[in-house]
Write a new protein. Sequence first.
Length: 208
Amino acid sequence: MNTVLIIANILSFIGNTLFTISALLKSRRKILIFQSMNHGLAIVSEYMMNAYSAMGQESVSLTRNFILLFLKIKNEFVKFILNIICLIVAVALGVLLNIFLNDNVWYGYLPVIGNLVYSSGVIIAFMIKNNPAKSELFIKVGLFINSIAWAIYGYYVQLYPIMIFNIINMAFCIISILRIFFIRKKRRKLINEESDDLKMIYNDMEEE
């Protein structure tokens, strides 16, 4: 195993660890800082392993985080437009980098597709009025698909922390999705039982 591969994987591991820790934080500013550190380390490790399409996704995410950190945008519509612009730029940049720097390899499109699906799920969840369970489902399904894409990509570019952490994310997503369906099923059962009780009361009143 060569030195570049070892250093790249160490940086990737540290970055993914910071990103995981960010999920435990409550302060929005701290979350953005920890995620930004991950994106910075990811850019370096992916550059070292010639993973240019992924580097494009991380660069756009880092830029978006800096904008949110220093401009402190509060208007939800402006945030929506910013996310749309970043998504379009990330997709275009990822495709171009893969074509011109990675010989248009098929797996180079995986992080682009993953980012597109997940970002679209987040936009749908937060910008379109849905109940909390449905919004969470959009996010978790998008994250699950994103994790599959990045896990496969991590294997091909030999950044194994990306693969491992995303496999863990996939497991958590499956648990969350099953929990959502279980809660929805339980809620429907309660509604049906309440409906049956009301019908019985109504029938008893008619008989009287």
